[in-house]
Write a protein that binds this ligand. Structure first.
Ligand SMILES: Nc1ncnc2c1ncn2[C@@H]1O[C@H](COP(=O)(O)OP(=O)(O)OP(=O)(O)O)[C@@H](O)[C@H]1O
Ligand SMILES: [Mg+2]
Length: 427
């Protein structure tokens, strides 16, 4: 068997990156099915909601693929389809720099990998843009384009700005692009990390207007949220805009998680394999989060390779977990853990007790958790729970009602369960 290269080993699991390759995209059959139907449904926008690290961006990449006519994932999942779709696709991740819908629309128009290139190429769109504002033209210039429109005086431009709002300009420009029939099905705009926009107000009414004025523009918004109302921070009028095409991404099932391990093994031609006890451990620890499989898998594989082992066992996984914590392989999760525990061995015991007492609904009944903590020598567990809900210790726990708590972030919950103790337990 041909030995794998270090590059192969390091990229068999991808904790730091979404999945783009169809072959390496595991599971999610029903989400892919819903995506396809939402893409062919006229006038319906799409929303992908779910917890941090659950696989939203990976799904968004597949949405872009299907939208631009690549049906490989549909074949893989076994979904019947009509002719390949033909959207002009745009992907944009908000990050923290976008604070409002106006800024979002502006960035979509002026970023070269979004709409700027098309605007440059289409005279009508270009005219709308230059008439609107020299500020925008300058932005396009930044991206390497120059709009050869006639110069205007400050005064004229100001009056144009006050006459047209950015949402109207956006609608007119995408309408001009759609009319050029560059792509048969229109424009598909995927906006990832929508939850990062601090003030998304006005997006619902913007979507309504664009649905009427330019129906061939489809938006797919993606973000950390439990439902569409939370994502858009609007309580009315969002349902119809996303009728039937809200895709909640839940935890992955065990077979889906296992196929991530299988895919990784295939990637290195099975030169190193995960034994059954290692697989079982990884799947249990992941609690439905594909990210955890990638994180643990990556470091387990790296040490097996460096030590010349061809098999990874359950105890190798234990060692990997310690090394992940020590090297702060995930600085965010490890940072949260250290903030919650800080200098208290008792608080660590209580944090872990709370994590291990979670029920099927993700709720923690203190009676159960306190018993676990007591068995480990902490008598006043409620005192520490009182600390774990406040900012000073990261406020990772939420009180949902009398005697019931919940971890705010289920990925952090999984990390707390998986991470070896920082302090030795007293009992
Ligand atoms: N279907 C999948 N098959 C295999 N791995 C996946 C799949 N979906 C997600 N992953 C992996 O899980 C991790 C998180 O994925 P992704 O970045 O898509 O999640 P996300 O929900 O967008 O996260 P965030 O909330 O941080 O933006 C990555 O390591 C990615 O490679
Ligand atoms: Mg993401």
């Amino acid at each position: 068997m041909k030995a794998p290269t270090i590059t192969q080993i390091e990229n068999a699991f991808l904790p730091a990156k979404e999945i783009t390759d169809v072959e390496r995209f595991a599971g999610r059959e029903s989400a892919i099915n819903d995506v396809y139907y939402a893409l062919v449904a006229e006038g319906s926008n799409i929303a992908v909601v779910g917890n941090r690290g659950i696989g939203k961006t990976s799904l968004a990449r597949q949405i872009i693929g299907i939208g631009s006519g690549d049906n490989a994932i549909l074949d893989k999942v076994g979904i019947k389809y009509d002719h390949p779709l033909d959207f002009l696709t745009v992907y944009f991740a908000c990050g923290s720099q976008i604070t409002s819908i106006e800024e979002l629309l502006e960035r979509l128009l002026t970023s070269s990998n979004c709409l700027a290139e098309w605007i440059y190429d289409i005279p009508n769109a270009k005219k709308i843009m230059t008439d609107y504002s020299p500020k925008f033209s300058a932005k396009l210039f930044d991206t390497g384009f120059e709009l050869g429109a006639s110069k205007k005086t400050e005064n004229t431009d100001q009056s144009v700005i006050s006459n047209h709002k950015i949402d109207v300009v956006f609608t007119n420009i995408v309408d001009a692009i759609v009319k050029r029939r560059i792509a048969k099905n229109g424009i598909l705009i995927v906006i990832d990390e929508f939850d990062q926009i601090s003030d998304p107000s006005g997006f619902a009414s913007f979507l309504k207007a664009i649905a009427t004025n330019s129906p061939e523009v489809k938006f797919c918004i993606v973000g950390v949220a439990k439902d569409i109302q939370v994502l858009m921070k609007e309580h009315d009028s969002t349902d119809r805009l996303f009728a039937g095409s809200i895709i909640p991404l839940d935890s992955m099932g065990d077979p889906e998680l296992e196929s991530i391990i299988n895919n990784a093994e295939q990637y290195i031609n099975s030169s190193i394999i995960f034994q059954n006890d290692a697989r079982r451990k990884m799947i249990d620890l992941a609690q439905g989060h594909p990210y955890m499989i990638h994180l643990i898998g990556k470091f387990a594989l790296r040490s097996a390779f460096q030590e010349g082992r061809s098999k990874i066992s359950g105890s190798d996984i234990d060692n990997t977990l310690s090394s992940i914590a020590e090297r702060r392989a995930d600085p965010v999760l490890e940072g949260k853990y250290r903030k919650a525990v800080a200098s208290s061995q008792q608080r660590e015991t209580v944090l872990k007790a709370m994590a291990s007492a979670k029920d099927e609904q993700g709720e923690i009944w203190t009676t159960n958790a306190y018993k676990i903590a007591l068995d480990k020598g902490v008598e006043n567990a409620s005192h520490y729970v009182g600390q774990l809900v406040i900012e000073e210790y990261g406020a990772e726990l939420d009180k949902i009602r009398e005697r019931y708590y919940r971890f705010k972030d289920s990925l952090f919950h999984a990390y707390v369960v998986a991470r070896p103790n920082m302090y030795d337990e007293t009992v």
